[in-house]
Design a protein around this ligand. Structure first.
Ligand code: MLT
Length: 232
């Protein structure tokens, strides 16, 4: 097995294709996608911009509009980007169009490199378990505004630490080095974790640590790319 970690989505992958590509935006896009699918959402469309989200809503009028800018709910949208909002009551049986600053963009970049899944701290164990028979794995950290983010690198490191005797790139080794740290402490000291706490969204950090078995998979439905749960 070979695990390659890109600490930023702008890094270039070594191979043209992988058995699995795990996109990571621990605070908070992939945590939201995992929770939404687990809460029974029919699917999550990760889109890059607010205008794309609004345009898409015209094509899928019953879908909920969700997302953030500067971590706050976008004006006129149904939901923001707090995992706590993605309850059964709010999303079960519904499609959700999601646009976030970094995470949904990263999900779009890697669609041609293999099967893309959404990974966060919540489902890192489930994704590791799912990956155990794969040969080539790519983990892509969304980062924050072009900068490496501690919590995404940490999640990648947690994934790597489930495996022994694997070939790792330097990004994967670096991530593994920090994987022994305390999860809550990592989220609390991270730049984005501190920002979320400062705007009253500190509870999202705790929610990010709730273990979940769901593995959202990015596939195209008749219309566009969408994260589905269920069948793998
Ligand atoms: C992102 O995609 O940058 C994040 O999910 C931001 C956030 O915390 O909402």
């Amino acid at each position: 097995m070979r695990i390659e970690v890109l600490l930023l989505p702008s890094q270039k992958p070594k191979l043209d294709s992988y058995d699995l590509v795990a996109v990571i935006d621990t605070l908070r896009a992939t945590t939201v996608i995992v929770r939404a699918i687990e809460a029974g959402a029919m699917g999550i469309y990760p889109v890059k911009s607010i205008s794309e989200a609004k345009h898409f809503k015209e094509i899928v009028p019953n879908a909920l509009l969700a997302g953030e800018r500067k971590a706050f709910k976008i004006k006129g949208f149904d939901l923001g980007n707090s995992p706590l909002e993605f309850t059964k009551e709010n999303v079960s049986g519904k499609n959700v169009i999601l646009t976030t600053t970094n995470g949904t963009k990263a999900a779009n970049i890697y669609q041609n490199y293999g099967r893309v899944v959404a990974m966060a701290l919540s489902n890192v164990k489930a994704v590791a378990n799912y990956s155990k028979n794969f040969q080539n794995l790519l983990l892509v950290c969304a980062g924050s505004h072009g900068e490496v983010s501690l919590e995404d690198s940490y999640t990648a490191g947690k994934f790597v630490s489930f495996f022994e005797m694997v070939s790792l790139n330097d990004g994967a080794m670096l991530a593994r080095e920090i994987s022994g740290s305390d999860s809550m402490n990592v989220l609390k000291i991270s730049h984005h974790g501190r920002y979320l706490s400062s705007i009253g969204m500190g509870a999202d950090l705790e929610e990010s640590l709730v273990e979940r078995n769901t593995i959202p998979i990015l596939k195209t439905d008749m219309i566009n790319l969408k994260f589905f749960g269920g069948e793998r």
